[in-house]
Design a protein around this ligand. Structure first.
Ligand SMILES: NC(=O)C1=CN([C@@H]2O[C@H](COP(=O)(O)OP(=O)(O)OC[C@H]3O[C@@H](n4cnc5c(N)ncnc54)[C@H](O)[C@@H]3O)[C@@H](O)[C@H]2O)C=CC1
Ligand SMILES: O=C(O)[C@H]1O[C@H](OP(=O)(O)OP(=O)(O)OC[C@H]2O[C@@H](n3ccc(=O)[nH]c3=O)[C@H](O)[C@@H]2O)[C@H](O)[C@@H](O)[C@@H]1O
Length: 441
């Protein structure tokens, strides 16, 4: 099948590469000239395990190409995917500008019967609007159908998720259109769930909102555990053994970030609000997350009299490991607050530094190793559970004069920190104090 994909971000690029890997002829289109130039040379604009290798392979085997020219990409295609961004408006609703522009581009160039597939996360009812745009702006009198095919990949494991996902959701009005998209996806071997368009649109938002709810729930439990001297790791393990609850997404920490949970939860509150439904539970989830992102700062503030002039090492900047994505990363708010309170911030991340420099306060300094960040620091904060950080020798914390660690991702076993004489404050677990320590005020 000849497929065109509009947008080569995390979703568009991973979808294009994966579809070419299973044998389709794919043209990826983007308006960003620089990005397309790099993609043509086989250079991935994002850090995503396994992506570069598959991309180069399929370019070489001539199943995958890139262009900035919509006409070239769309003219030959049997199916066009929309995978552009749907960022957050100021009121939390989804900004549909890019999706609507993409639909207008498609309409200009379709010259034969066509299925348009929406991969972008779009509010319930948006596929109907896209169909209207396509019908209004098309030049030739051709039949066009819209199919919702929301994406469930996670950054950091996007390629894996494309080939081993739990389900592929296809929302269509006609059985014929659903079958075409089903056939395109069949080689993935992932279970396919076919439904109506609006339900498919809602499945995407409801899934992200449910996962975000699990995280905020476990974070609240972790805060209560701290007050009662219980251990959240044991609690989550014991809860997760119940198959009805499941062990995943019960990892307490400094809250969820990334390009989707924060925006999609707020968008769903708006979607409900538009039909006069007050989604109280989800509002609570969002508020809890905002509070949780401050939790390490609060711990630091109750430890030090003042942060003025203190040197704080921040380990991990990306919103999660194995990605260089900084969108809505907890490190943005945390470093902003540290700087505001007069601290000197020295940050380390194995891959996200380039993107971090674009979004963090220019006063944040960057270290090229964990040791360099820790040397001379008064405290370390862990914000991303990179493998390199999780597996480091706790003795390295002695690069600080008096090792003091605030861990927002529960990377270490408190017992091992105690054995290594490291003062250790984590999430939802009793703190480890070192008796000989002198507290610098
Ligand atoms: N990032 C993720 O992990 C996931 C994202 N999603 C959803 O997928 C959608 C895309 O997200 P990302 O890939 O993260 O976005 P992104 O912001 O990384 O990439 C969007 C790309 O679309 C391009 N673009 C915008 N307008 C265009 C046009 N008219 N023609 C051609 N290219 C155009 C931009 O230049 C950019 O390269 C969003 O709706 C998001 O909510 C869904 C699941 C996972
Ligand atoms: O719509 C999307 O964009 C995607 O959003 C999430 O994927 P992603 O944001 O890439 O990463 P997750 O692994 O879900 O993590 C999101 C955030 O939650 C945090 N998290 C996750 C799990 C957990 O137990 N605890 C926790 O704090 C992570 O640290 C991270 O900040 C969903 O998991 C994907 O299914 C979905 O496709």
């Amino acid at each position: 099948m000849k497929i065109a994909i509009i947008g080569t971000g995390y979703v568009g690029l991973v979808t294009g590469v994966s579809l070419s890997e299973i044998g389709h002829q794919v043209t990826c289109i983007d308006i960003d000239d620089g990005k397309v130039e790099r993609l043509k040379k086989g250079i991935s604009p994002i850090h995503e395990p396994g992506l570069s290798e598959l991309m180069s392979k399929n370019i070489e085997e001539q199943r995958l190409s890139f262009t900035t020219n919509h006409q070239d990409g769309i003219r030959e295609a049997d199916v066009v995917y929309i995978a552009v961004g749907t960022p957050e408006n100021e009121d939390g609703s989804a900004d549909l500008y890019y999706v609507e522009e993409a639909a207008k581009e498609i309409a200009k160039y379709i010259s034969k019967d066509m299925i348009v597939v929406t991969k972008s996360t779009i509010p319930v009812g948006t596929n109907d609007k896209i169909l209207q745009i396509l019908q209004k702006h098309r030049i030739y009198d051709v039949k066009v159908e819209v199919v919702s095919n929301p994406e469930f990949l996670r950054e950091g494991s996007a390629i894996h998720d494309s080939f081993y996902g739990d389900r592929i959701v296809i929302g269509a009005e006609s059985e014929e259109a659903a079958t075409v998209i089903e056939e395109i996806n069949r080689p993935f071997g992932v279970p396919i769930f076919k439904t109506d368009i609006k339900s498919a649109e809602m499945i995407k938002y409801a899934s992200n909102a449910f996962l975000a709810t699990k995280i905020s729930f476990i974070n609240e439990i972790s805060n209560i555990c701290e007050l009662l001297d219980a251990n959240i790791e044991n609690v989550a393990k014991g809860m997760g053994l119940d198959k009805r609850i499941g062990e995943q997404f019960l990892k307490a920490g400094i809250g969820y970030g990334g390009s989707c949970f924060p925006k999609d939860t707020k968008a769903l509150i708006q979607i409900a609000g538009n039909v006069k439904y007050d989604f109280e539970l989800l509002k609570g989830v969002v508020n809890v997350n905002q509070k949780q992102q401050r939790i390490l700062i609060d711990k630091l503030n109750s430890y030090f009299f003042s942060l003025k002039g203190k040197r704080i090492a921040v380990l991990g900047l990306a919103f999660k490991p194995d990605t260089d994505d900084m969108r809505e990363a907890a490190s943005i708010k945390v470093t902003e607050e540290l700087i505001k309170q007069g601290a000197e911030v020295i940050a380390y991340d194995p891959v996200a530094v380039k993107n971090a420099k674009g979004v963090l306060d220019p006063r944040v300094q960057f270290a090229s190793s964990i040791e360099e960040a820790l040397g001379g620091s008064d405290a370390a904060m862990i914000l991303t559970e990179w493998k390199e950080i999780k597996t480091m020798d706790p003795q390295l914390f002695h690069c600080m004069d008096q090792p003091l660690v605030f861990d927002g991702r529960n990377c270490f076993d408190p017992e091992s920190m105690k054995n290594n004489q490291v003062e250790y404050h984590s999430i939802g677990r009793p703190a480890v104090a070192v008796p000989s320590r002198t507290v610098p005020l």
